[in-house]
Design a protein around this ligand. Structure first.
Ligand code: PGA
Length: 248
């Protein structure tokens, strides 16, 4: 059985002192749980301190974004090598906030996914439809389009290192999560696509979008939901610990 993957995306929250305090609390509560994998994605300013604290623990470090080049004149960007230096294992790519606020398109996200793999990072590729696509009945085509473009030129060998996060845009930060049926339908679609294209069915597919301590059990009990990507509810230690413990 796959280990459930529980990822905290702190977004642009928590200064260094707050991040350190939070990590200490999480380590204390989660350190004996070995049948799940936990990942924390702090802000870049906190990542160095968090990295030191996580060494040797069962919580992995993730980044919220990266550039695809390893160095150069890219003001304000962080490279895959810089993340590797800090023992970062995962990196979120194509998060909906990157796509919609910072105009990252599928082609750009694809370059990042290829680069992450090249440098030995595990990309968590985020995809998800907006409400208008869902209302028009275009969810399926939309998700398949994102998958095809963002996974272009990825080899069958490398797909085992890729995690997919299905995050319907209308569910992110709204308090309105996808129903378990809607999540399962999308995850099955993603699983079927990956099976067909790469002949690989073990990809971990996470659900994200208003996951909280009350809805975790029902969402994670869906057959094709292998974990969760948690934003708002991951900022509170008690809430995130409950999510972490209640998942499976
Ligand atoms: P949310 O965010 O849990 O606050 O909805 C999820 C995400 O953006 O990854």
């Amino acid at each position: 059985m796959k280990k459930p993957l529980i990822v905290a995306n702190w977004k642009m929250n928590k200064n260094v002192a707050e991040s350190v305090l939070m990590v200490k609390k999480l380590k204390k509560s989660l350190n004996r749980i070995m049948d799940k994998e936990f990942v924390i994605c702090p802000a870049f300013t906190s990542i160095y301190e968090v990295s030191k604290l996580l060494k040797g623990s069962n919580i992995m470090l993730g980044a919220q974004n990266m550039h695809f080049e390893n160095s150069g004149p890219f003001t304000g960007e962080i490279s895959p090598l810089m993340l590797k230096e800090l023992s970062c294992k995962y990196v979120l790519l194509g998060h909906s906030e990157r796509r919609h606020i910072f105009f990252e398109n599928n082609e750009f996200v694809n370059r990042k996914v290829l680069s992450a793999i090249e440098y030995g990072l595990f990309p968590i590729l985020c995809i998800g439809e907006k409400l208008q696509e869902r209302e028009k009945g275009n969810t399926k085509e939309f998700l398949l389009g994102q998958l095809k473009e963002c996974l272009k030129n990825i080899s069958a060998k490398d797909i085992s290192n890729v995690v997919i996060a299905y995050e319907p845009v209308w569910a992110i930060g709204t308090g309105v999560n996808a129903t378990p049926e809607q999540a399962e339908e999308a995850h099955l679609l993603i699983r079927t696509f990956l099976k067909g294209k790469f002949n690989y069915s073990k990809t971990r597919i996470l659900y994200g979008g208003s996951v909280n301590p009350d809805n975790i059990r029902i969402l994670i009990s869906q057959k094709n939901v292998d974990g969760v990507l948690v934003g708002g509810a991951s900022l509170n230690a008690k809430g995130f610990i409950k999510i972490a413990k209640d998942s499976f």
